[in-house]
Design a protein around this ligand. Structure first.
Ligand SMILES: Nc1ncnc2c1ncn2[C@@H]1O[C@H](COP(=O)(O)OP(=O)(O)O)[C@@H](O)[C@H]1O
Ligand SMILES: [Mg+2]
Length: 321
């Protein structure tokens, strides 16, 4: 039986309460049953992300794989559909799925992620080159993942109305430092771009920790939400995660705009549309920060300066590309 990582157990109970504790109590038995059914043997220490355990296993064929079991949450329903549609293109292969248990048997990639390629944006040319390379990797991957969406995935355009209402409500209710024209620009993006999106498969959480080093392709995505919408949506999660590495940059605006330039070019997406999505995500993140508080580490202390930083970035990105 697997040992559930202690930190994972703690955060799951803190977040989900009793239903989390009940799910955790069953988890080792669930994993054992799946391993037996999918003819796998344990092959290394159990890893975890925010919502799931990742059990390295060996298949009968000898192939290295991982078994992922996520907490049963509506946000985790469509990941397997996305993996199935990609069929290994830009993402790890899906070998088997058990939707009732929120479980998947996935091709194993390496443990290092695109987030490990960290840079000091205020350092020298080499750091800037590395930062470009990170954005180019994510952009190229976004391009590879942009295939027609399978039926049945949540359509992002159906969210537009809710996003707009939320923006108006948050701007009114929350104390914040966003000038009105910045919120207005985000609302305009929702109306003009958010409400008319194509049916392209969107990863939905393409930040650097969900991009893993691999052999079959240099990098492979994991942990998709699986939406149908505008592929430029995915710049949001990427930029929010990257921006934290620019906190100390000498010229923040230049670093952020450069990231968008490189991402858009590698993804073969319209530069202005990429920036408008990024701006919208940053406005939403600013409000989220005001409501919940950002935490640098899971369950760490809230970092107020990150909310102000998100607001600052949202303002910077409101000016045209
Ligand atoms: N297919 C895989 N091969 C190797 N490692 C993986 C694989 N999938 C996930 N991992 C590891 O587990 C971590 C968490 O996985 P992820 O699917 O992102 O879970 P969560 O939904 O909890 O964020 C990843 O950052 C990575 O280190
Ligand atoms: Mg993840």
């Amino acid at each position: 039986m697997i040992d559930v990582p202690e930190a994972f157990a703690r955060t799951t109970v803190e977040r989900e309460g009793e239903s989390g504790a009940a799910w955790l109590a069953e988890l080792p038995v669930t994993v054992d049953g799946l391993m037996e059914r999918w003819e796998c043997a344990p092959d290394g220490a159990v890893l975890h992300g925010g919502v799931g355990v990742i059990v390295p296993v060996r298949r009968r064929s000898g192939d290295a794989a991982v078994l992922k079991v996520s907490f049963p949450h509506p946000g985790n329903v469509h990941g397997p559909d996305a993996f199935a549609a990609w069929g290994g293109r830009g993402a790890v292969l899906l070998h088997a799925r058990d939707d009732a248990r929120f479980a998947m048997l996935l091709e194993r990639a390496h443990t290092s992620t695109l987030a490990d390629a960290n840079t000091d944006a205020d350092a020298d040319d080499a750091a800037a080159d590395l930062s470009d390379e990170v954005a180019a990797v994510a952009g190229r991957l976004s391009r590879r993942l942009a295939i027609p969406a399978p039926p049945g995935l949540p359509r992002l355009r159906h969210r537009a109305e809710g996003w707009e209402q939320e923006l108006h409500r948050d701007a009114e209710e929350l104390p914040h430092r966003l000038p009105a024209h910045v919120v207005d620009a985000a609302v305009a993006t929702v109306r003009e771009i958010g409400s008319m999106q194509p049916d392209v498969l969107v990863h939905g959480d393409l930040h650097p920790r969900n991009i893993l080093r691999a052999d079959r392709e240099p990098w492979l995505a994991v942990d998709p939400k699986g939406y149908a919408g505008d592929p430029a949506y995915d710049v949001g999660a990427f930029l929010k995660a990257r921006a934290v590495t620019f906190l100390e940059a000498d010229d923040l605006e230049k670093a952020v705009r450069r990231t968008l330039d490189v991402f858009a070019e590698a993804a073969e997406l319209d530069r202005e549309r990429v920036q408008r999505w990024a701006q919208l995500h940053l406005v939403q993140a600013s409000f989220w920060g005001r409501r919940q508080g950002f935490r640098i580490a899971r369950n760490g202390a809230p970092a107020d300066q990150l909310t102000e930083y998100a607001e600052h970035l949202a303002v910077l990105l409101t000016a045209p590309a």
